[in-house]
Design a protein around this ligand. Structure first.
Ligand SMILES: Nc1ncnc2c1ncn2[C@@H]1O[C@H](COP(=O)(O)OP(=O)(O)OP(=O)(O)O)[C@@H](O)[C@H]1O
Ligand SMILES: [Mg+2]
Length: 292
């Protein structure tokens, strides 16, 4: 025989029921909807967070959402480039890419990094398919003309053709996309992964685009901004509060929102299950940008 023992406050049945109801309401609204997740930063490097990522994305899939992963992999590209005697150079957060850097970027991003993410998701029980932005002519790119520097084979996106992604989603796969595009000239281009994620979200008319990164969200005066409008975000770029790797993320979020994506979020990939709390509870953990 066992008697009912008092439970700690977080296991109180009323609290648990309320949380469950809250989550169920969100789950209903998400069924069949596309969520583009940019996977970058420390979440991609540290083993303990890799497993959390795979488990969470697999859970979203089993709840009926249609996740699409777009990944970065800058640190791994730099590591391999160094073993080939190349010195990584950046201008405005963009990797200057000569022909040797380009070969390494494509090999690392569309090869090792892409397949590691696919393996992680498959191990967690999903069916993931790794493709690059070149496959099915998904990312059509052209050379990015920088005002002061020649960045080499860094591309900007002309158009995203979402047909291949939609075909994979329809068959129940999770597409995992590396940020490599091709030009009319058959030239390969290295694309910033944040830019790729936001253009893909726009082309898919995704419900959400979520950036997993190595900070909790947009920081200002040592605090995380939980919500801001598009015009406030533009102001923070102009004043220099948002800079470096955060700039292409926020610019991409603004473009995605303008193109009809319903919401855009930045969360930490180092908070266990931040993805789940952002999606299924009333209180998100990171930054959300809303349309003006
Ligand atoms: N206002 C800001 N708030 C938060 N982070 C900022 C801000 N301004 C600049 N940053 C920088 O942006 C970084 C996140 O972008 P970063 O490009 O380094 O990561 P990522 O895009 O997640 O990874 P990857 O580029 O490898 O895909 C933060 O670590 C921080 O240094
Ligand atoms: Mg980045």
């Amino acid at each position: 025989m066992e008697f009912l023992k008092p439970l700690p406050p977080d296991q109180d049945p009323h609290t648990r029921r309320a949380l469950l109801r809250e989550a169920l309401a969100y789950i209903q609204g998400f069924t069949g909807r596309i969520v583009v997740i940019k996977y970058g930063g420390a979440a991609m490097v540290q083993d303990e967070f890799k497993k959390t990522f795979s488990d969470d994305v697999t859970l979203l899939k089993s709840l009926g959402m249609r996740p699409v992963i777009v990944h970065g992999g800058g640190p791994e590209v730099s590591r391999v480039a160094k073993t080939h005697g190349l010195v990584p150079r950046f201008v405005d957060g963009l990797r200057v890419t000569d022909i040797e850097d380009l070969k390494i970027s494509e090999m690392v991003l569309s090869g090792a990094v892409n397949k590691e993410i696919v393996s992680g998701l498959n191990t967690a029980g999903a069916l993931a398919v790794g493709i690059s932005g070149k496959d099915g002519r998904m990312i059509e790119a052209k050379k990015l003309e920088h005002t002061t520097h020649d960045l080499g084979y860094v591309g900007e996106i002309k158009r995203v053709n979402p047909d291949l992604i939609l075909a994979l989603l329809d068959k129940g796969y999770i597409p995992v996309i590396s940020p490599i595009g091709s030009g009319d000239d058959h030239q390969t281009y290295n694309i910033n992964a944040d830019t790729a994620a936001s253009h893909i979200a726009a082309a898919l008319r995704a419900q959400k685009v979520i950036f997993l990164t190595d900070v909790k969200g947009i920081m200002m005066e040592k605090q995380v901004i939980s919500q801001l409008s598009g015009s406030e975000a533009k102001g923070l770029i102009e004043s220099g509060v948002i800079q470096g790797g955060m700039k292409p993320k926020v610019e991409g979020m603004l473009n995605a929102l303008e193109a009809g994506v319903e919401s855009a979020h930045i969360i930490s990939g180092m908070d266990h299950h931040a993805l789940i709390s952002e999606l299924f509870t009333n209180r998100g953990t990171g930054t959300m940008i809303i349309r003006d």
